[in-house]
Ligand binder design. Structure first.
Ligand SMILES: [Zn+2]
Length: 312
């Protein structure tokens, strides 16, 4: 490993949603193959085989569906559940009551702070009702989070947010978020700017950025199956190890969506072979991390690795 890096911790954060179509529109009629088949039969066994601990970030429609809730409660193995918000799908100011065939362009940070807080509170309550305990990890839909978002999450008892994609900015009709200057490694975000770190204060939420590697004149490359080959994913880890060699603990955070392992349920794999290749590549990259000595962690476990004095 790098000079001072004593430990590499690897998390896998997965936006876990209803099936979509190849245009990234929600399925019509609404289907949940990625939860009912993807989690128990494709993803979790693949993670168990390499010792990885995925964090499934659950959306409103998944937590509202009785069959999904049953499947989530029945899932066996090592994993974490957290939440993922598409803000148009929950009160207050809920825009859609039938989610089939709709797109969700809203950034949650474009809502008034107290409306956004209530949406996050309602999502967290939905999670608690479905699973029996409060959530502690989160990612915003379309990465549309701001300082208000994470301040609200902290008030609601969350420990980790993973909405930040360093080197990138996202534009929607009603808002933009700019993470181009955000740190690449976990940090405690300032109270007024999500992409700016501040020194630790007791109970401050930890931001765990998605792992990407910047490229000159081109979009950054994600540590993400389908978006990068196995060799490219290894290269991204090597880049992080070199760039942050003065850190004791290095975080690598893979992201993707549950729907990506079901053919035709996202813009990515369209055939069974492609969906299998997605899983094979994911496993190969994670196995390589394990061979390099990585420790696999759920998102919330990262808190104790980065808070001073191992406060958790
Ligand atoms: Zn999403």
């Amino acid at each position: 490993m790098g000079n001072s890096v004593e430990k590499m911790v690897v998390s896998v954060s997965i936006d876990t949603e209803c099936d979509h179509d190849p245009r990234w529109i929600r399925s019509d009629p609404l289907a949940f193959e990625s939860i009912l088949d993807g989690l128990p039969n494709r993803l979790q066994p693949a993670f168990e085989a390499v010792g990885a601990i995925p964090t499934y970030l659950l959306t409103v429609e998944v937590l509202e569906d009785p069959d999904c809730v049953k499947a989530l409660n029945a899932l066996q193995g090592s994993f974490e559940y957290g939440t993922h918000l598409h803000a148009a799908f929950i009160e207050p100011e809920k825009k859609f009551h039938n989610y089939a065939g709709v797109d969700s362009p809203d950034f949650q940070c474009a809502y008034e702070a107290d409306i956004e807080f209530q949406k996050l509170e309602n999502l967290s309550n939905l999670f608690k009702e479905a699973l029996g305990y409060p959530p502690t990890s989160f990612r915003a839909g379309r990465y549309g989070a701001s300082a208000n978002s994470v301040n609200s999450l902290q008030r609601l008892g969350y420990k980790v947010d993973t909405s930040v994609t360093p080197h990138m900015k996202w534009q929607e009709p009603n808002a933009q978020v700019d993470f181009r200057k955000a740190p690449e490694q976990p940090y405690f975000p300032s109270l007024d700017t999500l992409s700016r770190p501040q020194s630790y204060t007791s109970g401050r939420i930890l931001e765990v950025p998605v792992t990407v590697k910047p490229r000159l004149f081109r979009d950054p490359r994600w540590f993400r199956p389908w978006f990068a080959s196995v060799e490219q994913m290894k290269d991204i880890v090597r880049y992080q190890l070199k760039k942050h060699s003065s850190q004791q603990v290095l975080s690598i955070n893979m992201m993707f969506h549950s729907m990506e392992v079901i053919e035709k349920a996202s813009p990515y794999p369209q055939t069974k072979d492609e969906a299998e290749r997605f899983i094979d590549d994911m496993q190969a990259a994670l196995q390589w991390c394990a061979d390099e000595g990585a420790e696999f962690v759920g998102l919330s476990d990262l808190y104790s690795h980065f808070a001073p004095n191992n406060e958790s």
